[in-house]
Design a protein around this ligand. Structure first.
Ligand SMILES: Nc1ncnc2c1ncn2[C@@H]1O[C@H](COP(=O)(O)OP(=O)(O)O)[C@@H](O)[C@H]1O
Ligand SMILES: O=C(O)C1=C[C@@H](OP(=O)(O)O)[C@@H](O)[C@H](O)C1
Ligand SMILES: [Mg+2]
Length: 174
């Protein structure tokens, strides 16, 4: 079993919002590995970071991603940092991976009102977000088979662009 599409990208790119809409458009089920981690640990992501630290979260995340890649055949959205783990990058090599890109302004705006993302909770979210984008863009591009810009696009417009990008990629690699 293999997901129809795996969705990666920075926090605020819309993985958890666009993912279910993309699944609906493709007529398949949706799963989000952050939800799997919360369910399995019985704790919020912010609590896992606070109690056990980021390396412990990344280990739970790598397990959750490996299991979901094996079990799920619909659209699978990952947490923003999942492709930082080398084992996950290796597993993603066999899959259709959609990179939802977001620029600094929209990314900060979309994540600014939420305290659910511990990595962005510091005193200067804009500088933190910029450093995160600089470090991660090459990683997202390394694992992606298609890239979709989400700035100035509604979630429905992002879905349309993603479907248009995925279908020719699937035709090339059936
Ligand atoms: N294309 C978009 N345009 C405007 N707002 C968006 C868009 N995509 C997502 N959002 C909003 O941004 C916030 C973060 O989205 P989310 O799906 O949780 O991102 P991610 O899972 O990539 O971190 C949510 O409030 C969501 O409604
Ligand atoms: O970028 C990251 O490292 C993280 C992103 C979050 O998911 P979203 O990208 O869905 O916000 C969540 O997995 C955790 O807070 C760590
Ligand atoms: Mg998410």
């Amino acid at each position: 079993m293999s997901p129809r599409a795996v969705v990666v990208g920075p926090p605020g790119s819309g993985k958890s919002t666009v993912g279910p809409l993309l699944a609906e458009a493709l007529g398949v089920a949706f799963r989000d590995t952050d939800d799997d981690i919360v369910e399995r640990a019985g704790r919020a992501i912010a609590d896992i970071f606070a109690d056990d630290g980021e390396p412990a979260f990344r280990a739970l995340e790598a397990q959750a991603v490996a299991a979901a890649l094996d079990e799920h055949d619909g659209v699978l959205s990952l947490g923003g940092g999942a492709p930082l783990t080398e084992e996950t990058r290796a597993l993603l090599a066999k899959h259709t991976v959609v990179f939802l890109n977001v620029g600094l302004a929209a990314g900060v705006q979309r994540t600014g009102l939420s305290s659910a993302r511990p990595l962005l909770a510091g005193v200067n979210p804009r500088a933190t977000f910029k450093a995160l984008l600089d470090a991660r863009l090459p990683v997202y591009r390394e694992v992606a088979t298609v890239e979709v810009d989400t700035d100035h696009r509604s979630p429905a417009e992002v879905v349309a662009a993603a479907v248009a990008a995925i279908e020719p990629a699937e035709a090339q690699n059936p």
